[in-house]
Design a protein around this ligand. Sequence first.
Ligand SMILES: [Zn+2]
Length: 115
Amino acid sequence: MSLLQKTKAVKSKRTVSRKCTGCGLIVEKEKLLRIVRTKEGELSIDPEGYAEGRGAYICIDRECIEKAFKKNGLERSFRAGIKPEIKKRIFEEIREFERQKSGCADRNGDQSRQD
Ligand SMILES: [Zn+2]
């Protein structure tokens, strides 16, 4: 009888929210990109969200990333400078996310034309 409860527990779909360093809004973690400071003091992207170290979250949105850089929000949360190549990589990551999203939307748009 507790089968339903069990499957729910396995999935454990608890929505965790974090504050975006860019826009300052509280957003569901899944919609955020985690940036982590490694032991070496370098910033890198942590798409899985499991890397050890001090982390910060930003919306997967170019505007938010730009805001976070402009306000030095990321630098402040990490107490470290961000190298230009890291910034570039973060932007590339965002672009990749956007490409995946829009790619799916385009295809679905075509197929869902079933009048
Ligand atoms: Zn944001």
